[in-house]
Ligand binder design. Structure first.
Ligand code: SF4
Length: 472
C-alpha cells in the first residue's frame, strides 16, 4: 500500500468511526426515528461504493413501511444491545472486515491468483465437556490445542491478506475463553465469533465480552428440550436457555447454531422454537445440514430430499419482510445461491483444526498443509486448495454446492489427485468411505434440487465480495 492510499484509508476510517459513534448514540436515544434518519443519510456513505444503489432503494422502501419485519428487528437490536458493543461490532465487522478487508482480499485474489478468504475458522482446542451424538469434534479427542501464539500468528497472517473475521469452532472453544478475550483485546480491527455449547458462559465472562465488544457467540441448540437433549445430553437445553438469558441481561449480541437432521427437522423449524429464540434475545440463527463425517457418523441422519425441499421454502418464509420472524436465519447448505455455491477452500473461508491442519471446510477433514510448517498463503496455493480455486463452483445448481454431500465424485477426485491426507485423528477416514455415505442422498436430491432450481427465480447477488468467476 503506498503512502497516498494509507493516508486516504486513515481518513476513511476516522470518518466512518465518527459516523458510527454519532449514529449509535442517536439510535440509542430514539430507535425508530434514528433508523429513518440513518437511512436518509446512507446515500452519502455510498460515495465509497459500498453497495449497489438498488440495495439502498430497498432499504429506503423498508424504512418507510411500518410493517417491515427487518425495520422492527433493527429497532429491537438497538433497544436490546449495549451501544458500546454495537459501535465496536460496526467498526470491526462493518468498517474493517466489510470495507477494508473486502478491498484487500479482492486485490490479493487478483495479484496472487489463488483463493483469499474473508473469514477463517479455527479450533482453539479439541477438548469438549459434552459428547453429542454424531459430533465430529468428539473424535479429535482431548489432547490437541492451538497455542495462543499460533492463534495470534493465524490472525496476523490473515490480516495481511485482508481477513478480519475469525470464528472459533471445536471442541468447546470457551474452554479457552481467557485466550479468546486476550485476542479480542489485541485485535480491535477484527470481529470474532465463537460457537459454543453454552455451558461455560457466566456473569464474569459476559462482563469481559461487553468490555471487548468484538466477540459474538453462537449457542448450539436443537429445538425442544426433548429433541435437543436426546442428541446433546441431558441438561444441555437448560444450560443453553440459561446462558441466553444471561447474555440478554448483559445486553450482548448473540445467536444460535442449529444442526438439522432427519430426526429433528420439525423441532428446529417450528414457529414456537423460533418465537422462543426471539423472546430470549437471539439475533441470528445459523443452520447446518447434518454431514456424515467421521467413522461414528450416521448417514441415516442426513435430511431427506423432501426435508431439504422443505428447508428451502421454510427459509424464504421465515425471511419474508412482511410475515417472517425477527431473526436473521441462514442455512449453510440451502443459501448457496446468495454466495455462488461452495464457499470453502479459501474462496470465502477455510478451517484450521486443533492440530494446525488447514482444511478446505469445517466438514472436509483432509489437508496437505499445516500451520506449523506452512504459511497460510502457502496453504492457499497448495494442490488441495488450488483444486477448490479451479473447481468452484462444483455445480451450476447452487442447491447442490458441495463436493462431498451433493457431488461426491468431485471430492474423491480432488483428494486422490492431490494426495491430501485424512485429518480425522482418532481414525483416518478414506475419502471413498466418506463419499459412499453421501451417494444415496446425492442421487435422490439431484432431480428434486434441479426442479426447485428451475421453478424459482435466483438472486443476482453483489458477489464481488466473493470470487464468483470460474478459474481455469
Ligand atoms: S465443502 Fe460443502 S459444506 Fe463445505 S462450504 Fe463447500 S459446499 Fe459447504
Amino acid at each position: 500500500m503506498d503512502l497516498a492510499e494509507s493516508v486516504k484509508n486513515k481518513a476513511i476510517r476516522a470518518a466512518a468511526n465518527a459516523f458510527i459513534d454519532r449514529t449509535v448514540d442517536s439510535l440509542a436515544n430514539d430507535p425508530e426515528g434514528g433508523i429513518r434518519r440513518l437511512v436518509d443519510k446512507a446515500g452519502k456513505l455510498n460515495s465509497l461504493g459500498l453497495y449497489p444503489p438498488k440495495y439502498l432503494d430497498a432499504i429506503r422502501n423498508a424504512a418507510a413501511d411500518p410493517d417491515n419485519v427487518y425495520m422492527r428487528m433493527a429497532e429491537r437490536w438497538v433497544r436490546e444491545v449495549d451501544p458500546e458493543v454495537l459501535k465496536q461490532l460496526l467498526r470491526s465487522l462493518g468498517v474493517e472486515a466489510g470495507y477494508f478487508g473486502t478491498k484487500t482480499a479482492r486485490r490479493n485474489r487478483e495479484v496472487l491468483k489463488c483463493n483469499i478468504p474473508w473469514l477463517i475458522l479455527l479450533d482453539p482446542t479439541s477438548a469438549c465437556n459434552l459428547k453429542c451424538k454424531g459430533c465430529w469434534a468428539a473424535e479429535y479427542g482431548y489432547r490437541q490445542s492451538l497455542s495462543i501464539e499460533e492463534m495470534r500468528s493465524v490472525i496476523n497472517q490473515g490480516r495481511e491478506l485482508g481477513v478480519h473475521v475469525y470464528m472459533y469452532t471445536g471442541g468447546e472453544p470457551l474452554i479457552r475463553k481467557k485466550d479468546i478475550i486476550t485476542l479480542c483485546r489485541e485485535f480491535r480491527d477484527c470481529a470474532f465469533l465463537s460457537f459454543t455449547n453454552a455451558t461455560l458462559i457466566d456473569d464474569a465472562f459476559c462482563a469481559e465480552m461487553k468490555d471487548v465488544g468484538n466477540l459474538v457467540l453462537a449457542l448450539s441448540i436443537e429445538g425442544s428440550q426433548k429433541s435437543n437433549d436426546s442428541r446433546r445430553g441431558e441438561g444441555a437445553y437448560e444450560a443453553t436457555r440459561n446462558a441466553m438469558l444471561l447474555l440478554k441481561k448483559h445486553r450482548l449480541f448473540y445467536g444460535v447454531s442449529v444442526c438439522y437432521t432427519r430426526e429433528n427437522l420439525e423441532s428446529v423449524t417450528n414457529d414456537d422454537f423460533l418465537d422462543m429464540l426471539v423472546s430470549d434475545g437471539v439475533k441470528f440463527g445459523m443452520y447446518f445440514n447434518y454431514m456424515p463425517v467421521g467413522a461414528g457418523a450416521d448417514k441415516e441422519l442426513i435430511p431427506t430430499p423432501q426435508q431439504r425441499k422443505y428447508m428451502y421454502y421454510w427459509l424464504r418464509r421465515v425471511r419474508n419482510a412482511k410475515s417472517g420472524k425477527q431473526l436473521l436465519v441462514m442455512d449453510f447448505q440451502d443459501d448457496g445461491e446468495y454466495v455462488g455455491g461452495c464457499i470453502a477452500g479459501g474462496r470465502n473461508y477455510f478451517h484450521i483444526n486443533s492440530s494446525g491442519d488447514m482444511e478446505p471446510c469445517v466438514f472436509i477433514h483432509y489437508s496437505d498443509s499445516n500451520i506449523r510448517s506452512k504459511t497460510i498463503l502457502e496453504a492457499l496455493k497448495s494442490p488441495l486448495f488450488m483444486s477448490y480455486y479451479k473447481g468452484q463452483p462444483f455445480n451450476d445448481n447452487h442447491l447442490r454446492p458441495c463436493p462431498m454431500l451433493e457431488n461426491p465424485d468431485k471430492l474423491c477426485e480432488i483428494i486422490e489427485r492431490t494426495g491430501a491426507k485424512s485429518t480425522e485423528l482418532i481414525e483416518p477416514e478414506d475419502v471413498k468411505s466418506l463419499t459412499d455415505k453421501c451417494r444415496d442422498f446425492a442421487a435422490a436430491w439431484e432431480s428434486v434440487a434441479d426442479e426447485i432450481w428451475a421453478e424459482n427465480p435466483h438472486p443476482d447477488p453483489h458477489t464481488s465480495y466473493y470470487r464468483d468467476n470460474h478459474q481455469v
